[in-house]
Design a protein around this ligand. Structure first.
Ligand SMILES: [Zn+2]
Length: 152
């Protein structure tokens, strides 16, 4: 884990760039570092210079695509807020469906217990619900985080 992503001048530290290149950053740090590189010519060129020929050969597939996406995202910033709202609304809907389906599961489980019939499928349904719940929570967290950051 990287303790300091930014130096005293607010630029990325060597450790942060190294971890970024090797893909060691957690989601939150990755967003911070990517944002900074996209906005700071100095750090972008430090990052570019830090690749030697061997490393370039090992640059993970999708890296360029990711950068292209970032550029496209910047161009769509006016569109983004609407999309943000939509995504949060969608995540909220998923959360509601999950709450509802959990209640169904609960009803089904209690019925099963009463009749003493084993139904292994229900545990799978429950774990899918939990996964979906975590996923929509993650979308909400990430979107709210990004949106708040852009306002600053
Ligand atoms: Zn910088």
């Amino acid at each position: 884990m990287i303790s300091t992503l930014f130096d005293k001048e607010g630029h990325l530290t060597e450790d942060a760039l190294e971890a970024f290149k090797k893909g060691y950053l957690d989601d939150e740090s990755l967003i911070l570092v990517s944002e900074h590189i996209a906005n700071c010519e100095r750090c972008a060129s430090v990052l570019a210079d830090s690749f030697d020929d061997n490393e370039l050969a090992e640059t993970p597939l999708g890296f360029e695509e990711e950068i292209q996406n970032k550029i496209r995202n910047r161009k769509q910033s006016s569109f983004q807020f609407g999309f943000y709202t939509f995504k949060v609304a969608a995540a909220a809907c998923v959360a509601l469906i999950i709450v509802f389906s959990n209640q169904l599961n609960f009803a089904a489980n209690s019925k099963v217990q009463a009749t003493c019939i084993k139904a292994p499928d229900l545990s799978i349904t429950n774990s899918i619900s939990t996964n979906l719940n975590n996923f929509s929570q993650k979308i909400i967290n990430m979107e709210v985080y990004n949106n708040e950051k852009e306002k600053k």
